[in-house]
Write a protein that binds this ligand. Structure first.
Ligand SMILES: NC(=O)c1ccc[n+]([C@@H]2O[C@H](COP(=O)([O-])OP(=O)(O)OC[C@H]3O[C@@H](n4cnc5c(N)ncnc54)[C@H](O)[C@@H]3O)[C@@H](O)[C@H]2O)c1
Ligand SMILES: O=C(O)[C@H](O)[C@H](O)COP(=O)(O)O
Length: 370
């Protein structure tokens, strides 16, 4: 079997070879010629897969090692018998960690307490559900908006976007990027959206750049319709609007989902899709091993102030990613390609927690307690 894989998918080399002959390419080097006789592709969001690349090829399966799949023309694939898979939930814990840490940092920078603040979560799927959990653990009031789920489930767990616009101090987007239809999200946050916010909220986008209209959020930041922004996903990335980047509080190069855990899960899920499609053994996938950080132990007894916030920041602090991007925005892609090792809560052990309530909260968001 011939596999063509993106060379920036971690933990793939030396494992994917169990399934066939593998060619590794940069995202920009996937061409018609390069994939014409491939059976399977393992890809990232940086390459668009539609008629222009796939027509006339032997590709039978496209596995994107990502949650999002807006870079795949799924209509074209479905109409031409090309199966495609994504990796649902693979890096939802990583985005949860990114959002929690970014909230702690922005609260410190602006001298406010997260406890008691209202956060509106727009899109409550794999990521949004985990973000809700960690925000509750941080003592925040959580409002959830998800019209497709509300309609399908008939649950009273959800509120309207109007309620979020009225009541939220922070609004975070976790929807897919959908350009048309009843639940379209393209430019969901447009000029009208920013003009109708009651509480000058902080805006977070770690979903897809196109969910926010860049011109509209720039105006909102300049005119103080919003009091800040945490932006990981950008329209037209990797070439981002520098004026916008300078206006936001935390600017990162689309790395919210870049924990090693998230990348490892995505690699495993892509290989599982290949094994399932061709009825092959999944044993080789056991060779995907994630390295541990140098010091995976947190001593609860020596933490000061809000201990949960401190513990969260010990696992990841977005300030470094922010500094790297703002000092070198032209390196957007290479910052992503050479991302440092980051592990999620589940690889950290918290020691000396004597209070049962603290233990329960830490365990709920995934820390190991000793
Ligand atoms: N920055 C990163 O590194 C990163 C990492 C992972 C995921 N993402 C992106 O985050 C987003 C969420 O990922 P996920 O895994 O939770 O997806 P998901 O499919 O599990 O959940 C998305 C949720 O959004 C809801 N939704 C759809 N249209 C909506 C609308 N118009 N208004 C409100 N809700 C709507 C859906 O019903 C669903 O519950 C996706 O865009 C994904 O590509 C980014
Ligand atoms: O959709 C996802 O899973 C995330 O946006 C992920 O971070 C994308 O990673 P990329 O394929 O761009 O490396």
């Amino acid at each position: 079997m011939k596999i063509v894989a993106d060379k920036n998918i971690p933990f793939l080399r030396g494992v994917a070879e169990a399934y066939g002959e593998v060619t590794y390419l940069a995202g920009a080097d996937f061409s018609k010629e390069a994939i014409k006789d491939a059976d399977a592709l393992i890809v990232r969001t940086v390459t668009h897969f539609g008629k222009e690349l796939l027509e006339g090829s032997t590709v039978k399966l496209i596995c994107t090692a990502t949650i999002g799949y807006d870079h795949i023309d799924t209509d074209y694939c479905d109409a031409h018998g090309i199966k495609w898979t994504n990796a649902p939930g693979c890096n939802s814990g990583s985005v949860e960690q990114y959002i929690a840490s970014a909230l702690v940092v922005i609260a410190q920078q602006n001298n406010f307490l997260l406890k008691g603040k209202t956060i509106g979560i727009v899109g409550v799927g794999n990521v949004g559900k985990k973000v809700a959990l960690v925000c509750e653990a941080l003592g925040m009031r959580v409002l959830k908006n998800d019209p497709p789920r509300q309609e399908a489930e008939g649950s009273d767990e959800f509120v309207s976007l109007d309620t979020i616009k009225k009541e939220a101090d922070i609004i975070t987007f976790h929807t897919p990027l959908v350009r048309e239809g009843k639940y379209a999200t393209y430019h969901l946050a447009d000029f009208a959206f920013f003009g109708s916010l009651a509480k000058n909220p902080i805006i977070i986008n770690a979903a897809r750049g196109g969910i926010i209209d860049t011109s509209a959020i720039k105006k909102a930041l300049i005119e103080k319709q919003i009091s800040g922004a945490i932006i990981d996903c950008w329209e037209k990335e990797p070439v981002i609007d520098l004026e916008y980047m300078k206006l936001v509080d935390i600017a990162t190069p689309h790395i919210a989902g870049y924990s090693a855990d998230g990348k490892g899960n995505a690699t495993r899920m892509s290989l599982e899709a290949i094994a399932d499609f061709w009825s092959l053994s999944k044993e080789p996938i056991g060779k995907v091993v994630i390295p541990q950080v140098e010091n995976p132990v947190i001593d609860w007894s020596i933490l000061n102030g809000d201990k949960l916030e401190q513990a969260i920041l010990m696992t990841y602090n977005p300030t470094e990613d922010h500094k790297r991007l703002v000092s070198n925005p032209a390196d957007f892609s290479s910052l992503r390609g050479n991302y440092p090792l980051r592990r999620e809560y589940l690889s950290y052990t918290v020691e000396n927690v004597d209070n049962a309530a603290d233990k329960a909260v830490l365990q709920k968001i995934g820390f190991i307690i000793k």
